[in-house]
Design a protein around this ligand. Structure first.
Ligand SMILES: [Ca+2]
Ligand SMILES: [Ca+2]
Ligand SMILES: [Ca+2]
Ligand SMILES: [Ca+2]
Length: 261
């Protein structure tokens, strides 16, 4: 009997030891070095409501632009990370009932417009790209109006792909002006917000925006200086995975933009 009790005591003691080891081997604290950057709709931005008229002239004279905060354009989507002389970008957003407004300040050492046809390889020219998903649905928008990806060219055009897979000017969706001082351009843009009900060639009414509402949104800049194809594509949101050039395909990678007070 003594032997049995001894064996039982030994088993209990070994079992306690084992539990202690397991507990110490399983850290409960998250490891900060493995945390991922904020991505997609986890990126929450707020556009400031503009009480006054915003004059689209490439000058941030309006009071709303003083109130709105700069957001960085610092996520690499294509190419190699540019140094500060090559590219730097930041932006602000505002809204009224009729428009989403974007103010972007871009520093780019060389401005190029090498594609003579504005509807061909337009992403290889320097251009600002505004992504909008009116209902924040996410999902594929490559050949639909589930979301829009407006490429704003240096000469003031706006291009996206229509549902028949044709590169198309949507100049009447966007009012834009760009001022330039040395290597710094300021783009001031008003975007009408259309949703998936938009029909090319028909008369379409843009959405009315309201406080508390939200949309999918991202901004990007295609920077080319000397190459046949663009050298870098820098975006406002982190896109996980190897292929980060997904904005023109998948509205699910956009951030979320709320219409604030
Ligand atoms: Ca202005
Ligand atoms: Ca550059
Ligand atoms: Ca949508
Ligand atoms: Ca450039």
């Amino acid at each position: 009997m003594k032997n049995i009790l001894f064996v039982l005591a030994l088993i209990l003691s070994l079992s306690a030891c084992s539990d202690t080891e397991t507990a110490t081997e399983t850290p409960q604290q998250p490891n900060p070095s493995t945390s991922e950057p904020v991505t997609g709709k986890d990126q929450k931005l707020t556009a400031v409501h503009a009480a006054e008229t915003i004059v689209i002239d490439g000058k941030a004279d309006e009071a709303v632009w003083q109130k709105a905060e700069w957001q960085p354009l610092d996520n690499l989507w294509v190419g190699e990370m540019p140094d500060a002389d090559d590219f730097q970008g930041k932006f602000k957003t505002a809204w009224t009932e009729d428009f989403l407004y974007v103010l972007a300040e871009i520093q780019d050492d060389t401005l190029v417009d090498i594609e003579p046809d504005g509807l061909l390889n337009y992403w290889d020219d320097d251009c600002l790209e505004i992504f909008v998903d009116a209902d924040a649905s996410g999902g594929d928008h490559t050949y639909s109006h589930n979301a829009f990806a407006y490429h704003l060219s240096l000469d003031g055009k706006a291009v996206d792909i229509n549902p028949d897979s044709v590169f198309t000017y949507y100049n009447d969706h966007v009012k834009q002006a760009r001022t330039q001082n040395g290597k710094t351009s300021v783009w001031e843009v008003a975007v009408k917000i259309y949703d998936e009900k938009y029909r090319d060639g028909a008369i379409n009414a843009p959405n009315k925006l309201a406080a508390g509402g939200k949309m999918g949104f991202a901004l990007a800049y295609c920077d080319n200086d000397y190459s046949k194809e663009r050298e870098h594509f820098m975006g406002s949101v982190f896109i996980p995975g190897e292929d980060k050039n997904k904005g023109w395909i998948d509205a699910g990678v956009f951030g979320e933009l709320r219409f604030g007070e």
